[in-house]
Every structure is written in C-alpha cells, then in structure tokens.
Design a protein around this ligand. Structure first.
Ligand code: KIV
Length: 295
C-alpha cells in the first residue's frame, strides 16, 4: 500500500476524558443526553470516537448487518470477541460495551460470569450488555459482583424473537407495560449501570426513565429516554435488507459503495485506471540497461 497524503482535520479538538459508567450516571443526574452507536470494526470505531460519541456497543446485531445471518441467534462468543478487539483498537475514549450473544449467559450464572469476563480480558471491553428482565437478575448480580459492569436490555429483545413472534414492539398493553416497569426496577436493583429500552411506546420509556436512577438508552423508544442508540449500519444506510421505522438515515452508503465499485470496474475495463499518477516510473537509463541485459 502506498503512503497516503496527510489529511488536514483542522484544529485539534480538546482531548476528551475516558467515558465510564460513572460518567453515564453523572450525565443522567445533570440531564445531559447520552449518545451510543454500534460498531464492529476498527475504522468505524475510530471515526465515532473522534466524533465524540459517549459509548460504542459492539452489538450482536453484527450477525445481521456484517455477517449476513437472518437474525442474531447464530452469533458466537468467538465472533463477538474478534469484533470487540477490532473496536477496542480504534476507540480509546468512548465506553465500550460488548453484547453477550445468545446462549452465552442463559445456561448458568457460572457460564454467564465466565463469558462476561472474556469480554473484558480478551475483547478489550469496559462492560457487557445482556438481554432479558427478571429471569436474568441472578446472572446480573453475579457478573456485577465480579466487578464487571452490566447494561440490561428489555422490550424487544432480538435473541427472543421466536418467543416474541418476530421483531415486534413490546409493552403496548397495560399488563405488558407494567411487567416492563417491574423488570426495569429489578435490573436496577440487580446492579445494572444502565438499560437499553428497545421498541416500546415512548410514554412508557419516559415513565421508566423517570423511575430509575440509572440511565435508559432508547432505540425505537421515543425521546424521553436518557440517551439514544442506533445500529450504525441503519444510520449510514449500509444495511440493504430493511430499515426499521424508528431509524433516521443520515447517509446512503450502500448506494454510494455500489456507485464507487461500478466506477472502478468501468475505469479498469476502459484502462482509465491506473493512470500515470497511480503508476511507479523507472529511470530511462535503468530501463535501457535492463533491455541490454536481456538482449
Ligand atoms: O445488538 C445491538 O446492536 C443491540 C442494539 C440494537 C441495542 O442490541
């Protein structure tokens, strides 16, 4: 690879302090909103960290948006750790959260704490996230008692799509909403430092956020949460299969990538690429010498 020309990034921003779970709590207390995005690789994490995001989630959504699986269920611990390591090499300031994949914490609390530990020891993460309400309280207590911060995740929990009947909004009846409020309080009591609320009615998410002292991070949960998260491939328009209703697309990179690839193919096929500026030259005298040598 040739050495790229230096790119001017303008004035250097003031160095940011490492974001911790304490920062999350302080932001909630001060009424400041928390920003979170998913990342699965080094360059994306680097760009996000430079942009100033508070937290990066290495979500098991990587199974769908990067690895092309139908849903998140096939994602393994090894796949998660591989992508966590790449993200941790790119982002030095954001709070890094590794998403525990399906069947890495459900079988026993021992298995849960061991796998949570791997995210910190082998993946370079600062914390883990796992899905579920009251049924996960014991695992959360054990993981947090080992000194590992845990983020909860309730509402639409994609690892349970078969039980939920698909990717459907949750908490829409009074009874289901009450169960979610109870779950949120139980997760706080079990030691979570924050909770993701996914695809729940906005007023329910706001009510939960007000009742908890730990921050809520919403995705498809309205703007009454203490922070927001989006799947980056949705935000960038990189995931072609579908875009959930709650996503705001900030770019259309899938179309842009397709255009760039088509331009490259055309350039190669018409010999417009490589042009002289992309080509290594050889001194005429050396060239003549070579021809003479070859005879
Ligand atoms: O896997 C993921 O990206 C997530 C977010 C949608 C919160 O869990």
């Amino acid at each position: 690879m040739s050495t790229p020309a230096p790119v001017s990034t303008g004035a250097l921003p003031a160095a940011r302090k490492k974001i911790t779970t304490l920062t999350f709590r302080q932001k909630k207390e001060r009424g400041e909103l928390i920003t979170m995005l998913t990342a699965y690789d080094y360059p994306t994490a680097l760009a996000m960290d430079k942009a100033g995001v508070d937290s990066i989630l290495v979500g098991d959504s990587l199974g769908m948006v990067v690895l092309g699986y139908e849903n998140t269920l096939p994602v393994t611990m090894e796949e998660m750790l591989h992508h966590c390591r790449a993200v941790s090499r790119g982002a030095k300031t954001a709070l890094l959260i590794g998403d525990m994949p399906f069947m890495s914490y459900q079988v026993s609390v021992e298995q849960a704490v061991r796998n949570a530990g791997r995210f910190l020891q082998e993946g370079g993460m600062d914390a883990v996230k796992l899905e579920g309400g009251r049924e996960r309280a014991d695992a959360i207590r054990t993981i947090t008692s080992a000194g590992i911060p845990v983020m909860g995740h309730i509402g639409l929990t994609p690892q349970s799509i078969h039980q939920l009947g698909g990717f459907r909004a949750q908490g829409k009846t009074a009874a289901a909403a009450k169960r979610l409020v109870e779950d949120a309080l139980l997760l706080e009591e079990a030691g979570c430092f924050g909770i993701v609320l996914e695809s729940v009615p906005a007023r329910l998410a706001e009510l939960i956020s007000k009742r908890l002292s730990i921050p809520t991070i919403g995705i498809g949960a309205g703007n009454g949460c203490d922070g927001q998260v989006l799947v980056t491939h949705d935000l960038l328009g990189l995931f072609d299969r579908f875009t959930p209703k709650f996503v705001k697309k900030y770019a259309n990179f899938h179309a842009e990538m397709q255009r760039a690839f088509a331009d490259y193919i055309e350039d190669v096929e018409t010999r417009r690429f490589p042009a002289p500026e992309h080509t290594v030259e050889m001194d005429d005298r050396e060239w003549e010498g070579l021809l003479k040598e070859l005879g």
